[in-house]
Design a protein. Structure first.
Length: 317
């Protein structure tokens, strides 16, 4: 069995270290690193938690949290594993880089390797508990279980009998070419009249309509970004188009939904890059929300089917 050891942030798997600079937001509060959040949670006093939040480096945050002249919450030993789980799940689902690296570790055993810690790490001689490695592997299992809900098929999205299909729309929401044109044509004139009421939609956002003449109950109109060489925050906007669509699907209680490969046609987003963002957005949403049972990625060509399947099947990449 392959093992992966990590500790220093600059190393290949350094993103798994709690010192790596991947920010997280928990209950609307932003933390510079998972270490900051973990150390702050040692205190019940919000003022002390805030002091940790304002510290710059994770090393300084750790020093502050370890200062036993300050009052440690009495149940710390009971809650510390769950505090770490909360931090790490946020880190993995909020940072695509960490998500992708964890995804591609396949079945390798993850070990935090250092003599400095025998609880979170292996103690240097392998006799430590490696709790951080164990938590990362638990979260990787959540990725795998979310992946079982994602299907990749070839077809025409307008023909699907499903709760909701997603449209790759433009900001006007009143139709266009590509999959948008096909959906409007198949759904009928009423769709256009209904969508006009929205008076447009910003890039990265989505709106819902009924399916009209389609077999799908709902259409979620998502506006992906036009690709401008990555200079206009396109990655984030594409991520938002997917995640906002998932939120809307959940709101209308859709159990099964289908996506086209948003922005990869007329909007020219590089295909593999778009698929990695799609995978991250959909799988991380499914990890955190139980209401959607199935997400189908509908590819229009054999070539796209191959490329997308490869991205979701980690052994065939
Ligand atoms: N079913 C599934 N996928 C399809 C279908 C279909 N019937 N038709 C095309 N695709 P695009 P975009 C695939 O250009 O890049 C429109 O004019 C296609 O192969 O439809 O987000 C809108 O009005 C590609 O992989 O959407 C906007 O102005 C993917 O769907 C603009 O294009 C998306 O290609 C949006 O551009």
């Amino acid at each position: 069995m392959k093992t992966i050891k990590f500790y220093k942030t600059g190393d290949k798997y350094g993103c798994f270290s709690n010192f790596s600079s991947h920010p997280i937001v928990i209950n609307n509060v932003e933390w510079k690193t998972s270490e900051h959040y973990f150390q702050a949670m040692k205190f019940l006093d919000p003022k002390l938690q805030n002091r940790v939040r304002e510290i710059n480096s994770p090393m300084e945050a750790a020093k502050f949290g370890r200062d036993r002249a300050l009052p440690l919450r009495p149940d710390w030993e009971q809650v510390k594993d769950d505090v770490m789980r909360t931090a790490i799940i946020a880190k993995v689902t909020q940072n695509q880089e960490v998500f992708d690296i964890l995804f591609y570790t396949d079945d390798a055993i993850l070990i935090e390797h250092t003599i400095n810690d025998a609880y979170w790490a292996d103690g240097g001689d392998g006799r430590g508990k490696n709790m951080l490695g164990i938590i990362l592997m638990e979260i990787r299992d959540k990725i795998k279980s979310a992946l079982t809900k994602v299907g990749v098929i070839k077809g025409d999205i307008t023909t699907l009998r499903i709760d909701a299909i997603v449209n790759a729309a433009n900001k006007s929401l009143t139709g266009g070419g590509g999959v948008d044109g096909a959906i409007h044509k198949a759904a009928g004139q009423e769709l256009k009249m209904y969508c006009a009421k929205y008076k447009g939609c910003k890039t990265g956002e989505a709106r819902v309509s009924s399916g009209y003449n389609l077999s799908a109950k709902y259409i979620i109109h998502a506006v992906g970004p036009v690709w401008y060489e990555g200079e206009k925050n396109e990655d984030r906007k594409l991520y938002m188009a997917y995640s906002n669509s998932m939120v809307l699907a959940q709101e209308v209680k859709a159990k099964e939904i289908a996506f086209p490969n948003i922005s990869t046609g007329a909007f020219r987003f590089p295909f593999d890059r778009a698929t990695a963002i799609q995978r991250y957005a959909i799988v991380s949403f499914l990890m955190l929300n139980d209401n959607i049972d199935k997400v189908q990625i509908v590819c229009f060509s054999e070539k796209d089917l191959q490329r997308v399947s490869t991205k979701y099947n980690k052994n065939n990449r």
